[in-house]
Ligand binder design. Structure first.
Ligand code: NAP
Length: 202
């Protein structure tokens, strides 16, 4: 039987590709906030991106599934990939509350750079009533709360994770330049990237 209230961590991101920094951050937050589960939610169509070097939603979802398979507290959702249109976080949290129960206590976890822009997100007015927000970053990052709507001040937390020195941008760049990505991503993800020839274009 599920705990009541169930404490659900929603790990949102493009995961292009998922790496050890994401996994370490999710595990660290799970422990610190005593969460029952961390659900990774790869974005289908990130609302603010028009980039051509984003792997397909199916590839990003599969890599996320492969990377999280060894942690029994981790799971992966395709809600944003299955939904047509842009991946708005508010829609995702509402959909997950229908699945996990209205009383579930949701913690939306993502990069601090993304959380810094939360006041500009779609229907941001309601977001602070739906979840708590955990901004993860490498040590030394300062979240400028003066740019964030005051409604978020009581429900937003900054968590430092040294492993977040790893970034998806750097990994894609290393692949393009033919450099090793060993130990930056799980081995199973590394194999998947090479097998499917991802991120090798200019
Ligand atoms: P992004 O701009 O690609 O990433 C910003 C920074 O945060 C990057 O340094 C990135 O590093 C890091 N990051 C992203 N996700 C992370 C995670 N789960 N854990 C640790 N670091 C993470 O951000 P994004 O992926 O597009 O958006 C992040 C989340 O916010 C997504 O779930 C997205 O749907 C949501 N969002 C919603 C709205 C909206 O509702 N309107 C608008 C913007 C974003 P890496 O590149 O290494 O991951």
């Amino acid at each position: 039987m599920k705990k009541d209230p169930f404490k659900l961590g929603i790990m949102g991101g493009t995961f292009n590709p998922i790496h050890h920094g994401h996994l370490a951050a999710a595990e660290f937050v799970r422990e610190e906030f005593k969460l029952d589960e961390i659900l990774f939610v790869p974005s289908g169509k990130p609302p603010h991106k028009h980039k051509s070097d984003i792997a397909s939603p199916e590839h990003r979802w599969t890599m996320t599934l492969l990377a999280t398979g060894t942690n029994k507290c981790f799971s992966v959702s395709s809600v944003e990939i299955d939904r047509r249109g842009k991946s708005y976080t508010g829609d995702t949290i509402l959909e997950l509350k229908e699945i996990y129960g209205a009383r579930s206590d949701c913690y939306f976890i993502t990069g601090a750079d993304a959380i810094a822009e939360i006041s500009t997100w779609h229907k941001s007015g309601n977001l602070s009533e739906l979840a708590k927000f955990i901004a993860v970053s490498r040590p030394g990052y300062k979240l400028d709360m003066s740019k964030i709507d005051s409604r978020f001040h009581r429900c937003t937390y900054l968590v430092e994770v040294p492993a977040l020195a790893i970034s998806s941008t750097e990994i894609r760049e290393r692949i393009r330049r033919g450099k090793t990505i060993k130990y930056l991503v799980p081995e199973i993800v590394e194999k998947y990237i090479y097998k499917n020839k991802l991120y090798q274009g200019v």
